[in-house]
Design a protein around this ligand. Structure first.
Ligand code: SF4
Length: 226
């Protein structure tokens, strides 16, 4: 399958419009106010398969019980699981505990900044590695989750299916192609992409009429107005 081509000017316009919109409309969420890698990691694990509003309820409570990765590592796994109660998908809590032990034993308790290194830790997939690298360390790292895959395919390559493993490789390629040059700008860009997928270009509805990137979107014409 030929690789999608994105001309640099379209990518630039997309980035600018997206970032401007995010500065105005992005939600003030607790994990957007911190660059603490552990706190970012906890938020990313909690947000997998779970609604933002539900995570907000649990996030501070969990962090009060386990303020650092070291606190998780020193606790018995059952205590970490208990604190995860109500959030579901307990494999995430088990993985966090295993990760805390490994990072404690091999890295003096310090999470790495590099996405490729993060990827080697228990329970950390490509998306979470990119998210921690970008959101905690402000590294220039791409990330593609379900929301981002949907937005990127709709905007740049409607023939790609966000859930197809083969197409996902191409969507990662697009995410890297359109990433801003600096890590700081990539932080805003990545947050904004995810926010657009959560608020405007959702799985259920496309709000093209109020979408900041509608002018350059290849799926805009096939969308019925709300
Ligand atoms: S214009 Fe519509 S389809 Fe395109 S990104 Fe915006 S909401 Fe999604």
């Amino acid at each position: 399958m030929p690789k999608p081509r994105i001309d640099p000017k379209s990518a630039l316009v997309f980035r600018r419009r997206l970032a401007t919109w995010f500065r105005r409309a992005g939600r003030d969420l607790p994990w957007r106010r911190t660059r603490d890698p552990y706190r970012i990691l906890v938020s990313e694990l909690m947000l997998q398969q779970t609604q933002v509003s539900r995570v907000v309820e649990f996030y501070d409570r969990f962090l009060n019980r386990f303020p650092t990765l070291g606190h998780v590592a020193r606790a018995p796994q059952r205590k970490v699981m208990e604190s995860w109660e109500g959030l579901g998908y307990y494999a995430r809590a088990r993985n966090l505990h295993a990760l805390s032990k490994e990072v404690g034993a091999t890295r003096d308790g310090v999470l790495p900044a590099d996405a490729a290194e993060l990827r080697t830790l228990p329970g950390i997939g490509a998306y979470t590695a990119g998210a921690v690298s970008s959101f905690a360390f402000e590294r220039r790292a791409a990330l593609v989750d379900t929301n981002v895959a949907r937005v990127l395919s709709r905007v740049f390559a409607p023939r790609l299916k966000p859930k197809s493993p083969r197409d996902q490789k191409q969507l990662w390629g697009i995410a890297e192609m359109i990433l801003p040059r600096t890590g700081k700008a990539a932080w805003t860009h990545n947050q904004a992409l995810m926010e657009l997928g959560a608020l405007i270009c959702t799985a259920r509805i496309k709000r093209c009429g109020v979408c900041p990137v509608s002018a350059g979107c290849r799926s805009r014409d096939v969308v019925r107005p709300e």
